[in-house]
Write a protein that binds this ligand. Sequence first.
Ligand code: 0RA
Length: 656
Amino acid sequence: MHSKDVKLYDCSNGGRIMEKESIIDKKRLYDSDKIKVLEGLSAVRKRPSMYIGSTDENGLHHLVYEVVDNSIDEAMEGYCDKIDVTINGDGSVSVDDNGRGVPVSEHPQYGRPGVEIVMTKLHAGGKFDRKSYKVSGGLHGVGVSVVNALSKWLEVEVKREGKIYYQRYERGTPVTDLIEKEDGGKHTGTCVTFKADDEIFETVEFSFSTLKKRMRELAFLNKGLRISLTDNRGDETCEFYYEGGIVEFVEYLNEGRETLHPEPIYFKDRSNGVHVEVAMQYLSESYNRDIMPFANNIHTIEGGTHLTGFRAGLTNTLKKYAEMNDLAQDIELSGNDFREGLTAIINVKLPEPQFEGQTKMKLGNSEIRGIVQSVLSEKLLTYLEEHPDVGSVVISKAVTAAKARRAAKKAKELTRRKGVLGSADLPGKLADCSNPDPERSELYLVEGDSAGGSAKQGRDRNFQAILPLRGKIINVEKARIDKMLENKEIRSIISALGTGVGEDFDVDEARYHKLIIMTDADIDGAHIRTLLLTFFYRYMKPLIEEGYLYMAQPPLYKIKKGGGVRYAYDESEKNEILEEWGKRGVSLQRNKGLGEMNPKELWETTMDPDNRILARVTIEDAEKADELFDILMGKEVAPRKEFIQKNAAEATNIDL
Ligand code: 0RA
């Protein structure tokens, strides 16, 4: 038994050490249960990623989301309408809600206060569990005890029954009993303050903008809930409150763009204990869709049954409506045609959600598909019948899309791989590798012909293929798919890969299982990277889901001293090297372009599997790029300007 485990044992007796022999049998039973509890929390500390996905900044922010989720649960049950999140001066975070307060009464089985059980037991099933639309399992809804386990310290304050109670924990272990502090008046609520453990996390610095984005999203998804976020390290504060809920979310996403109809279409329904809510609005000009499915407040970016139900419902209903009103002009309309330019939020709340997929962000519950589909069929048809003006513009947009799609088919044929001996179709600029096994082959997409040349000379030609890309490639947002496919650089990528594109995409045809984007560390490089990520995200998503897409990490600095040369891949490594050696007689060079390295250097620092660092692109990375892309490349100037102004301070790697 660990000494940590003994501590809780002691607390069960008000902190006094108990003689083992004096423990009555019943008590002994409780204590052994508590030991199981602590074994649970030490398992969390041993394998944190199993509970929160990772120990990088994503995992770190997950801690806040987890605590906030508990307050949101109170709100969803109707007991809480205000949540205040604060990043404190010491880097800890407080989440303060006006819910009922975590129960403090003694748990009949464990003989400890409810709040202590909630804080120290994984999935505190039973008496102190709430049966709401809370998330469970995997990455989400793992419970506030996981946050406790991964915090250097955590303090909880409960206002309940006219009192204020307090307890403190360190690395998951209670270091005080539940203390009755003072009278709390008639208010109720829970305030959790925690400091992330730097023994666990790569970084413990919370980002205001990351938290802000999530708090805004939560306020959109839970109308009438007021969420504030305050940063006491500086002094920034914001508050989100949306009476219109997801209707306002769609308006926010479409802000500054021309819409096809003035107001988002909205409907909601409840069936078999499942809440379904949809808001949607078409853009006039855009061809891209932004359909965001949420399940129990989780942005399920990998989709799932709610999304497939939405799509099926949308297609069937609009097809039926077009036929009934004779609007289709004898054109065969497909699902894609109805999704062009569509911004939609799908918000479902269900008991016992199942999250699946690479990042646990795909809804698995099979019953949800049919529920969402039938809600759509019923309510959307009624809406269109009541708003025939909206119905006719939506169908005519789809007809235009279908016509364009026909024309695109021809262009697509040009880029398809023909047969197994497809080398005749390979782009001229591709320096292919000699080994034919996709599993062992890599394709580098290199910015610029000169870096492409260095990469060709420096590579191991057995398994590394090089495709140099010129210019800004193309602006995918402004172009529809047929235009995009006319672009030479994009065509080269598609034919080198051999997979086809869009609906015809087949990941099993990939000629390489590592696709590595290698760009300069400057603004153009960032642009091209964003562009490529967006392209892959929108048209070759399974490639990312399979984990085939990577980004090369060229060193940021070259440090010469005496005869030796070293490379640093980030600021802290640079500082480390400078300190180890002293700064005198050192030449420090910031590597901006890949072209600044000769073939040998490029191989050694960026391409040699024994030395290089590759960052695997996740769906989340690609989604972020996609968002950034809209802002950077979309037609609207105002949001781009605002973005650049807001981010200029943060953009340390980008020389604007
Ligand atoms: C268990 C049971 C009840 C409430 C809570 C937990 C609860 C947990 C958290 C965490 C942050 N804020 C919270 N608010 C409530 C039900 C309480 C009852 O029945 O009175």
